[in-house]
Design a binder for this molecule. Structure first.
Ligand code: EPU
Length: 427
């Protein structure tokens, strides 16, 4: 198992190009199931989650090729789906695997996908996915830990309300929208997720021959078609990776130029960073972000898009830990997503969890410590804290970071970071 040794504090400067979006790429890879033939996807990031998803598609019968380590497109040949089963061994490692359920059902009339369990960010139910697919006419039951969905005579369009107690569902919208593309008649999804990754998926599906309108709004209208064709498509840049780099500039009081960054998809993040005194200047294809010596505190609540994303909550908290005053961070999407709190406190932050909120009393300096990565974004927050902290930070279990950031040390070290990937000492 790898660890990171981070020497701090550093001040980052230079230019970094944002990679393609993980959370757009995974459902778009699943969409390839819907069309017989070979699709070609550009901008798919080379992450362990993407490799795992490619393995999953191969177990279904797809052929997946991507130039190893190179910038070429990923090719997914879904001519044959011989085994519409999402195996427990893969699904348990990656919850996003559930988004094969809708496309498999639409393409094969049947799908079995292992029920995903909870994870470090909390309970992760799929009741809304199931409800939406049932409304499209699927019969769904749970057997031996697998969701078994059947629609032998095909799916039919329906009006579906997809909101739950925590708002819309991103992958639930992806599943129902993908299934509805091949249903007979019109489907209306109300309270659909509006995340840019869902819009990207919808645009990709339309490029495959689907008829989806209302893209980007909470009301998606899908006119079913008889078949979809393979596609050549490029996924959008990763707004969460971009936001992480923005906080990296801010927390090190440095200055970074981000290239391939769609600032329009990040208004809540930009607004919050400006609020605390960080400068964000738009450029033609990204922005320049500069830190400040006097960070102001702020309050932030995570919300579905276009609100502040839960996937940047931990990273922003690391920054607010160094503000001149008290901030409050409220988590409205995953109320237990606070694994980073205790670890940041080990680095001399002053954070106090109160239910789904954290009170952040700003401190002057963070101090390096050995800490434990827990989930992807919490781990990113620890890397950011390590860049700013005085001394040597050791982060254990960095495989969590590799799930969503491609060799983050190789991206940040040319900008002035000192992050070293090393073997964990033998127990
Ligand atoms: N929810 C339900 N029922 C459902 C589905 C969700 O109650 O059937 C609840 C969840 O428990 C949560 C809220 O609805 O409280 C939102 O969950 P959502 O379904 O939107 O999350 P997701 O689709 O499983 C995606 C991202 C997550 C990101 C969330 C929220 C992917 C692969 N994952 O998950 O990304 O945090 O949306 O924006 O797109 C990450 O990249 O680190 C990550 C966790």
């Amino acid at each position: 198992m790898d660890i990171f040794r981070i020497e701090g504090p550093v001040r980052l400067s230079g230019q970094v190009t944002v990679n393609g979006s993980k959370n757009a790429a995974l459902p778009i890879m699943a969409a390839a199931i819907l069309a017989e033939g070979q699709s070609s996807l550009a901008g798919v990031p080379r992450l362990s989650d993407v490799r795992l998803f490619a393995d999953l598609l191969q177990t279904l019968g797809c052929r997946v090729e991507s130039a190893p380590g190179g910038p070429g497109p990923m090719r997914i040949d879904a001519s044959v789906i011989s085994n519409p089963v999402g195996d427990y061994e893969i699904v348990r490692k990656m919850r996003a695997s559930i988004c094969i359920l809708g496309p498999l059902l639409a393409r094969c009339g049947r799908a079995e996908v292992s029920m995903p369990g909870g994870c470090a960010i909390g309970d992760r139910p799929i009741n809304l996915h199931v409800r939406g697919l049932r409304e499209l006419g699927a019969e769904i039951c749970l057997k031996n830990g697998y969701v078994i969905a059947e629609a032998p005579r095909g799916l039919r369009g329906a009006s579906i309300f997809l909101g739950g107690s925590f708002g819309s569902t991103v992958l639930g919208t992806a599943n129902v929208m993908m299934a509805a593309t091949l249903a007979k008649g019109r489907t209306v999804i109300e309270s659909a997720a509006c995340e840019p990754e869902i819009s990207d998926l919808a645009n990709c599906l339309n490029a495959m021959g689907a008829r989806i309108s209302g893209i980007g709004s909470p009301r998606l209208v899908i006119e079913g078609v008889s078949h979809l064709h393979p596609v050549q498509y490029e996924v959008i840049p990763d707004r969460i990776e971009a936001g992480t780099f923005m906080v990296a500039a801010a927390i090190t009081r440095g200055e970074l130029k981000l290239v391939n960054c769609q600032l329009d998809d990040m208004m809540a993040v930009v607004d919050k960073l400006r609020n605390v005194g960080v400068t964000v200047e738009p450029t033609a294809d990204g922005c320049v972000v500069a830190g400040t010596d006097h960070l102001h505190p702020t309050d932030v609540t995570t919300q579905p898009y276009p609100g502040f994303p839960t996937d940047l909550q931990a990273q922003l908290m690391a920054l607010l830990a160094l503000a001149e005053g008290n901030s409050v961070v409220i988590e409205k999407i995953f109320p237990d997503r606070f694994m980073h709190v205790a670890e940041l406190n080990r680095m001399a932050a002053d954070l106090r969890k109160e239910g789904p909120a954290v009170i952040v009393a700003g401190v002057k300096n963070l101090v390096a410590a050995p800490v434990m990565a827990s989930d992807l974004r919490a781990s990113a927050a620890l890397v950011l804290a390590g860049l700013a902290a005085e001394g040597t930070t050791i982060i254990n279990r960095v495989y969590h970071i590799d799930r969503g950031y491609e060799r983050i040390e190789e991206r940040l070290n040319p900008l002035g970071a000192q992050i070293f990937r090393e073997d964990a000492p033998a127990p």
